[in-house]
Ligand binder design. Structure first.
Ligand SMILES: *[C@@H]1O[C@H](CO)[C@@H](O)[C@H](O)[C@H]1NC(C)=O
Ligand SMILES: *[C@@H]1O[C@H](CO)[C@@H](O)[C@H](O)[C@H]1NC(C)=O
Ligand SMILES: *[C@@H]1O[C@H](CO)[C@@H](O)[C@H](O)[C@H]1NC(C)=O
Length: 387
């Protein structure tokens, strides 16, 4: 499974490694000493995505020297009804603009130069979530890598607007974000509808940080909870709007962490059939012991709510004071939520990382889509087979 370079590693490499390990880190894993010839990493990065998506058109966006100096202008240049992957490479810089990928422009790969380096930002609050959003994806088959997206509107501050300020709206099926960061104070990520995959994203917010009625996997994502100064403990990481048993939707958080400077719930029920799972997640004191709130359903029945956790850890993961309707899932019950099949990822994702049952590890190989078998092919095997 791993490259053979492990065996041919030069002896001085191992010796040097041993010296460094003994000098600095007594618990260093000598067996996997790979500082000098790293094997295929498990992280889905830009080269792996670029290889998988294999587009033959790249548009360069840069503040100087690009074809465009605005991301929206680059998107506008893609012809409507586009049916082949187009890469839009957005070089580092702060892009002050609102961005929409319209419904008729699928197969766009927006590749930033890394969160905190390529930043798209705007400042708008509104009673209408869609109206406020900095970055909207309305087309299917859109992949975004390495971008920070912010809505800088000062909501949630005492005596200011109580309007929402969405950073990102994912409003179409088959949308994936890898290594992105989303910042806002109120309704950060409008995970509106469709199947979505978020990998290694950093999501900052206080009230309804992730809301909507999409069917999404958040793999190894970090939720950073900021303070909600506008009201007394109304904040919640999720507000899922599933309204009936027929709706095939729900948010699944795998192998991530929840922490920050504010105090919130893990979820509040926006719909009577709200479905949210936190699995193998680190939970800090930022989550109240009760963890789940009924919100709009506080005089309704709780029988249709699916507010669930599985093997979470950390000081906020203690279950004895949890809301009585919330669930601690068994190995069997959690299974469908840990599989990439939950969002049929093998059919449309260029690459993903399988959910780890224990703590996540950067060594667990990434999977890439194999159109023939729909199997999980590791990035290392795939690279080898292409040579
Ligand atoms: C791009 O590549 C695909 C196959 O990889 C090919 O079918 C298509 O014609 C190419 N398009 C252009 C504009 O070269
Ligand atoms: C919210 O804004 C969007 C986009 O401007 C608009 O299409 C929609 O009708 C608005 N919704 C409401 C309820 O006003
Ligand atoms: C909410 O936004 C609307 C439209 O942008 C604005 O007219 C209104 O004053 C805002 N509400 C508050 C409480 O600031």
């Amino acid at each position: 499974m791993f490259s053979s370079s492990d065996n041919s590693k030069p002896i001085y490499g191992r010796t040097l490694c041993l010296l460094i390990a003994l000098t600095f880190i007594s618990s260093f894993d000598l067996v996997r000493c790979n500082w000098f010839s790293p094997k295929q990493t498990g992280i889905v990065d830009a080269p792996l995505l670029t290889m998988q998506i294999a587009s033959n058109k790249t548009i360069k966006v840069a503040q100087e020297g690009g074809e465009f100096s605005s991301l929206q202008a680059a998107i506008d240049s893609v012809p409507g009804g586009n049916s082949e992957w187009v890469t839009i490479h957005v070089w580092k810089g702060v892009y002050r603009e609102k961005v929409t990928v319209p419904e008729n422009k699928p197969f766009i790969f927006i590749r930033g130069n890394g969160k905190g380096r390529t930043i798209v930002t705007w400042s708008q609050s509104s009673a209408n979530n869609t109206e406020s959003a900095t970055f909207k994806v309305n087309a299917q088959n859109v992949v975004v890598f390495g971008l920070s997206i912010k809505n800088e509107a000062p909501t949630g501050v005492p005596f200011s607007s109580h309007n929402q300020s969405v950073a990102v709206l994912a409003g179409a099926d088959k949308v994936a974000f890898y290594h992105c960061a989303f910042h806002s104070t109120h309704n950060t990520l409008f995970d509106y509808k469709g199947r979505h995959y978020y990998d290694n994203c950093y999501i900052q917010g206080s009230i309804d940080v992730v809301f909507g009625e999409a069917k999404s996997i958040f793999h190894t994502c970090e939720i950073f909870v900021i303070e909600d100064k506008s009201a007394e403990l109304r904040g919640s990481i999720t507000a899922h709007s599933r309204e009936s048993a027929n709706e095939n939707s729900g948010f699944v958080f795998q192998n991530g962490k929840v922490y920050g400077i504010g105090i919130v719930h893990l979820g509040r029920a926006s719909g009577a059939f709200s479905r949210v799972v936190f699995a193998n997640t680190y939970i800090s004191h930022s989550v109240v012991p009760h963890a789940w709130s009924l919100w709009r359903h506080d005089d309704g029945s709780t029988k249709d709510l699916f507010h669930a956790e599985y093997k979470c850890h950390g000081p906020g993961a203690t279950t004895d004071k949890r809301a009585e309707w919330s669930k601690q899932l068994t190995d069997k019950e959690v299974e469908p939520f840990l599989s990439i099949d939950y969002i049929n990822g093998k059919d449309w994702l260029p690459a993903w990382q399988p959910a780890a049952v224990a703590a996540p590890s950067a060594d667990s190989p990434a999977c890439v889509t194999n159109a023939d078998s729909h199997a999980c092919v590791t990035g290392a095997d795939y690279t080898a087979s292409q040579k």
